[in-house]
Design a protein around this ligand. Sequence first.
Ligand code: 13P
Length: 275
Amino acid sequence: MRRKLVIGNWKLHGSLLENQGLLNRLKQELHDLEGVDAAVCLPYVYLYQAQAVLRDSAIAWGAQNVSQFTEGAYTSCISAKMVAEFGCTYTIVGHSERRALKLESNQVATKRLLNALHAGLTPIFCVGETLDERDGGMAELIVRNQMLNVVYGLDNKSFALAKKLNMVIAYEPVWAIGTGEHATPEQAQRMHSFIRMMIAERDREFAEQIRILYGGSMAPKNAESLLNMPDIDGGLLGRAALVAEDFIDTCRIASHCWQQQAKFNPQAHTSAVIV
Ligand code: 13P
């Protein structure tokens, strides 16, 4: 059965002093949660600090992006290989805040994903529609389009690497990010199931294995209803990841949901449930 995965995306937040307190708190509290993996994705400049604090903890860490280039005259870019040197497990790619700034097309996001994989990092590939797209009945079409390169564009070797490194998908409806308004569990389940079925088009085994996270105003008050859904394998948290109690509580809720699901459905598998 898939373990839940709760990841904090710190975005453009933090300071050496604040981070120290937050990371230490997470390290103290999150060590023996059943069925849950936890991680934080910090700004590049704090990866060294994360490595120093979390290296002997149960919490993994990662970056928020990696360059589409591997090396060369690309001022300000940070490569996947560089990030990997700081002990990172994960990197986010294709976040909608990057797409919105026109810094990331599907092609560029896929290039970043490939570089992450070949540097041994687990990519967290983000997809999600805007409110206009949802209102226009285009949500699934948009997400399908964002997923196409990942499902069909990767060569066999890279796809095998994605499977080996447990690539993660994060469904983050743009209208739910930072707004306090989250997708309903049914809306999210429907899209997660859609994404899983798309992956099954290429590899059924990977579709069973891959963790699909929900992101967009997830917080302790709504986490349980979302994480109880069969295809919601965890959360990618923004705001709630900056408050130790909120992040810790969400991880505890994830553990509780995992235990419930394990109890009632030990053979939990691809549900392909459309609610
Ligand atoms: P919020 O949890 O603040 O809505 O942010 C979600 C997000 O963008 C995580 O990547």
